[in-house]
Ligand binder design. Structure first.
Ligand code: SF4
Ligand code: SF4
Length: 192
């Protein structure tokens, strides 16, 4: 009968030699291998003292972007929430009032915008769906915590600061291909 895999091995019934019976050479060999690992490059780091550099396109916690004039880009269209497979995004839309043109770029904005970071799987689909370049994932990780309520990130945590020197750089995520894709009006979610 042929084996199901090629990994089957014939068991050897050969008698053990004296050195095999006392196991000492095998133990020394094992210790030698262990000792060798002490002098090889480590694959682990002493976190949190040592931090690993994340890739520029690592998908961590989100940022809601402002435009060059400091106005919130999000227009509360809801496309990110529709695209989210984890149903992690909720928002409440509001109408911009006269005099608020310097706060919100469009006539409609999100008065409430929340992401449940416990639900989020950091897939990046919200970023892809957004026609306003308003939401991006960043390479910052979501902090651990003991309180579930603390994982509901609202606008206070998501919207980037107005100060241009404190803005979040997302240029590495805005590739030419992505920008071209978002201009394509044949893509249903680009038309709104
Ligand atoms: S990254 Fe994915 S799971 Fe997280 S909020 Fe965006 S679409 Fe939802
Ligand atoms: S898709 Fe963009 S503009 Fe629309 S609600 Fe989401 S973040 Fe705001």
């Amino acid at each position: 009968m042929t084996g199901l895999t090629k990994r089957s091995r014939v068991v050897s019934n050969k008698k053990m030699s004296f050195w095999e019976k006392i196991y000492l050479p095998a133990i020394l060999k094992g210790m030698w291998i262990t000792l060798g690992h002490l002098f090889t490059k480590k694959t682990t780091v002493r976190y949190p003292e040592v931090k690993r550099e994340f890739s520029e396109i690592y998908r961590g916690r989100h940022v809601l972007k402002r435009d060059d004039e400091g106005r919130e880009r999000c227009t509360a269209c809801g496309l990110c929430a529709v695209a989210c497979p984890a149903e992690a995004i909720t928002m409440v839309a509001a109408e911009r009032k006269p005099g608020e043109e310097n706060l919100y770029r469009e006539e409609k904005y999100a008065s409430t915008y929340e992401i449940n970071m416990l639900r989020c799987i950091f897939c990046g689909l919200c970023e892809e769906a957004c026609p306003k370049e308003a939401i991006f994932l960043t390479k910052t990780i979501v902090k651990a915590g003991y309180d579930r309520d603390k994982f509901i990130y609202g606008k206070d945590l998501l919207v980037e600061p107005v100060d241009p020197s404190k803005r979040i750089d997302v240029s590495k995520r805005q590739t030419t291909e992505v920008l071209e894709f978002k201009k394509d009006k044949n893509q249903r979610h680009n038309v709104h």
